[in-house]
Design a protein around this ligand. Structure first.
Ligand code: PMP
Length: 350
């Protein structure tokens, strides 16, 4: 801590990202990236942008990408926001849509970035406990609030809240913004974007880091009523009007346009997930029902931290958490069939 820090910075508790190891030989199953590469069409579109036009600023609105998202979901471009990773989109939403008198509500076990944003933007919050099965209980959110946010499927549990339950939650809170963070929705869920025309207080965010294999490009989107999108645009334009560069706009748009590749790789990840679940259960693990590209599993008699350390010694890295209720779980990203086998083989030896 330096004497030059403001009191505000002294009190900030920043997010600690999952490890990005420098060793390439590791079986990296710790940060929920896609084991398959991006669409070849997305790569070609990015390469086509590497030319003299890079001397020019990009389109400040990212219209090509907004159009691709609008076409994909059957909404208008006025209902679409694009940003530098869904983390940035979420930051703008916290900043622009959640600063109210009543506390923001989110599950006690959910994306650990949410409390960090609350600290950053001075937002009061309450964490709502998940039920005994680690599920979101919709009724618990039907009370005065300054907004609601939850990942769906939830992270790090992987559990999905069905669309009809999302709708019930929306009906219980018509006067504040409900943000559904759909980072993992494409691995088995139904997007709440289907509800945005019906609920003007619904904002849905998604990322291209998972199902579209572009974590390295940093692109996220939000879809909702044009008034909510305008709030995000105002914040974005108050920082920097160019969140996305030329390569990102072109690559992300092409990734949305290439449905076939997207659907095929999602199917492969889902099929692998079912095999990993069966393999883990065969080794005695309890696995929560997952609709994501990761699973959350615990062993009745083996300590998670010890297992994670043992896996690491064998070159496999997974994630585990310190929060008491989930401290005995491992969060394991679904990898290629070879990586998944390496994980199961290593676990068998521990
Ligand atoms: N939301 C959730 C629930 C996540 O797990 C992640 C990935 N860590 C994000 C948002 C952010 O994704 P990105 O910034 O890569 O778009």
């Amino acid at each position: 801590m330096s004497k030059f820090w403001s009191p505000f910075v002294k009190d900030l508790v920043p997010y600690v990202p999952g490890e990005q190891p420098k060793l390439s030989k590791l079986v990296k199953l710790n940060t929920n990236e896609n084991p398959y590469g991006p669409s070849p069409k997305a790569i070609a579109a990015m390469q086509a942008e590497v030319n003299d036009d890079l001397r020019l600023y990009p389109d400040p609105n990212g219209d090509r990408l907004k159009q691709a998202v609008a076409d994909y979901y059957g909404v208008s471009t006025a209902q679409v926001f694009v940003g530098n990773g869904s983390d940035e989109v979420l930051a703008h939403a916290f900043h622009g849509l959640f600063q109210h008198q009543a506390p923001l509500l989110f599950p006690d076990i959910s994306y650990s970035f949410y409390p960090v944003y609350c600290g950053l933007y001075g937002i009061d919050y309450q964490q709502v406990p998940l039920d005994e099965q680690f599920q979101i209980r919709v009724e618990d959110y039907a009370r005065p609030n300054g907004g609601i946010i939850f990942p769906n499927p939830n992270a790090p549990t992987g559990c999905l809240l069905p669309l009809e339950a999302v709708e019930r939650l929306l009906q219980g809170s018509p006067d504040s913004v409900v943000l559904v963070d759909e980072a993992y929705i494409d691995f088995g869920g139904q997007s709440a974007i289907a509800l945005v025309d019906k609920y003007p207080n619904l904002l849905v965010t998604q990322t291209l880091s998972k199902s579209r294999s572009l974590a390295g490009l940093r692109v996220g989107i939000a879809v909702g009523h044009p008034d909510l999108i305008e709030a995000l645009e105002r914040i974005k334009n108050s920082f920097n009007s160019y969140p996305l560069d030329r390569m990102a706009i072109a690559g992300a748009a092409a990734a949305f346009e290439d449905r076939e590749y997207f659907e095929q790789t999602c199917r492969q990840v889902i099929a692998s997930r079912e095999r990993v679940v069966a393999g883990l259960q065969g080794l005695g693990f309890e696995v929560l029902p997952s609709a994501a590209n990761f699973v959350f599993a615990r062993h009745p008699s083996k300590d998670a931290a010890t297992l994670a350390a043992g896996l690491r010694e064998q070159g496999v890295i997974v994630r585990h958490f310190k929060q008491p209720r989930i401290a005995q779980f491992l969060r394991i990203t679904i990898g290629t069939p070879e990586q998944n086998q390496a994980l199961l083989d290593a676990l068998q030896s521990l």
